[in-house]
Design a protein around this ligand. Structure first.
Ligand SMILES: Nc1ncnc2c1ncn2[C@@H]1O[C@H](COP(=O)(O)OP(=O)(O)OP(=O)(O)O)[C@@H](O)[C@H]1O
Ligand SMILES: [Mg+2]
Length: 322
C-alpha cells in the first residue's frame, strides 16, 4: 500500500506517520500501524516509548502533531465524535469510581452512552455476569481486588458494545489466573469480530493473543510482524550458559562475539548475573562454542537450550535501536 487516505478504510485502525512531542521531547517520530478488522495488534515497547501516547491519539484524547489516523473509517482529528462512537478504551489508569459499587459504575457508564434506565440495568447485569463480577456487583469498588478492578475496567469499556477496543496494559499487576481469565474474555471478543489494539509489557501475552506485533522504540516502529515471524527473525534456538564465575561473563561475551560474527547474533547476557545467552545455529556451532569457552578457561556450570521467545525479540529490537 502506497497511497493512503483516511477515508479509504471502512474499519479497523490505520495510522500513518504519527508524530508527537511534549515540549522539546519527541515521543513519536512517525508511527505507522494497521489493525485489520477483527484482529488483535499488540503494541510493545519499553517504558516511556509512547504506547499510551499512541493509544491516546487513536482514541481522540490527544491531538497528534503530524500524520494521519483513521479508526473505524473515521479520521481521529477531523471526526473525533464519530470515532468515539465506535470505540471502547480501557486506560492504563483505572477509570472506575471507588466509592460506587461495580453495578453502579457500569450503570453510570451506560448513562453516559445514553442508554435508558432499563437498558442500562440490563447491560450492566450482562457485563457483570460476563466478567465474573455478579457476586461482587453490589460491593463498593474500594473493596475489590486488583484483578476484579481490571475486569470492571474492561467491562466498563464494553458498555457501548464497541467494534474497536483499545486496551492499555489490561493485565498489568494481575495474577496468572486473573490474567488467563482476561485472555479468554479477549479471545471471545475477537471471535465475535471486535478489533483490538492492546499494549502490554508481557511478551507472552502478545504471543498468546496477537495476530500482529508492533514494537516501538525511540519514537519509531522497530518491528512489525506476526509473533511467529518475529521469533523466527531472532534466530533458531537460544543457548543459555550459566558460568561458574560471574567475573567471566564479559570475557565469555567477547569470546563468543567472535564466533557470532560467523552468523549468529551474540545476545546480551540475561538478567541472571552469570548467564550468557546467544543464538545457536545447530550442533556444530554448539560444540564450537563450548570448546571456545573451555580453551579460554571459562567454566560453564549449566547449559540449556530454548526456543526464542518474544522477550528475545523485544531485547533484540529495542537494544538495536537504543
Ligand atoms: N502529557 C504529557 N506531558 C509531557 N510528557 C508526557 C505526557 N504524556 C507522556 N509524556 C512523556 O512521553 C513519553 C511517552 O509516554 P507514554 O506514556 O506514551 O509511554 P508508554 O510507552 O505508555 O510507557 P509505559 O510502558 O510506562 O506505560 C514519556 O517520556 C512521558 O514522560
Ligand atoms: Mg503506558
Amino acid at each position: 500500500m502506497t497511497l493512503i487516505h483516511s477515508t479509504t478504510f471502512t474499519d479497523g485502525v490505520h495510522a500513518r506517520g504519527l508524530t508527537k512531542s511534549f515540549g522539546t521531547t519527541r515521543v513519536l517520530a512517525g508511527i505507522d500501524l494497521t489493525v485489520p478488522t477483527g484482529s488483535l495488534l499488540a503494541l510493545l515497547g519499553p517504558n516511556g516509548s509512547g504506547k499510551t501516547t499512541t493509544v491516546r491519539i487513536l482514541t481522540t484524547l490527544l491531538a497528534p502533531d503530524g500524520g494521519t489516523a483513521a479508526v473505524g473509517g473515521h479520521d481521529v482529528t477531523r471526526e473525533g465524535a464519530a470515532v468515539r462512537r465506535v470505540i471502547g478504551l480501557t486506560s492504563q489508569q483505572a477509570t472506575v469510581d471507588d466509592l460506587l459499587t461495580g453495578r453502579e459504575n457500569l450503570e453510570l457508564f451506560a448513562g453516559l452512552y445514553h442508554l435508558g434506565r432499563r437498558q442500562a440495568r440490563q447491560r450492566a447485569q450482562e457485563l457483570l455476569e460476563r466478567f465474573d463480577l455478579a457476586a461482587a456487583a453490589n460491593r463498593r469498588v474500594a473493596a475489590y481486588s486488583g484483578g476484579m478492578r481490571r475486569r470492571l475496567d474492561l467491562a466498563a469499556s464494553m458498555v457501548s458494545q464497541p467494534r474497536i477496543l483499545f486496551l492499555d496494559e489490561p493485565t498489568t499487576g494481575l495474577d496468572p489466573r486473573s490474567r488467563a481469565e482476561l485472555w479468554s474474555v479477549i479471545r471471545e471478543l475477537l471471535a465475535s469480530g471486535t478489533t483490538i489494539l492492546l499494549t502490554t509489557q508481557y511478551l507472552e501475552e502478545a504471543d498468546q493473543l496477537a495476530d500482529r506485533v508492533v514494537v516501538i522504540n525511540g519514537g519509531r516502529v522497530v518491528a512489525d510482524d506476526s509473533p511467529a515471524a518475529l521469533k523466527r527473525q531472532v534466530g533458531t534456538e537460544r543457548l543459555v550458559l550459566r558460568l561458574a564465575r560471574p567475573e567471566d561473563v564479559s570475557r565469555a561475551r567477547s569470546a563468543l562475539g567472535e564466533t557470532a560474527a560467523g552468523g549468529a547474533a551474540g545476545a546480551p547476557p540475561d538478567t541472571g548475573a552469570r548467564e550468557v545467552t546467544l543464538a545457536v545455529q545447530g550442533p556444530d556451532h554448539l560444540r564450537h562454542t563450548l570448546d571456545l569457552l573451555h580453551r579460554a578457561d571459562i567454566a560453564v556450570e549449566h547449559v540449556a537450550l530454548r526456543t526464542p521467545t518474544l522477550d528475545d525479540v523485544f531485547f533484540e529490537f529495542t537494544e538495536a535501536a537504543a
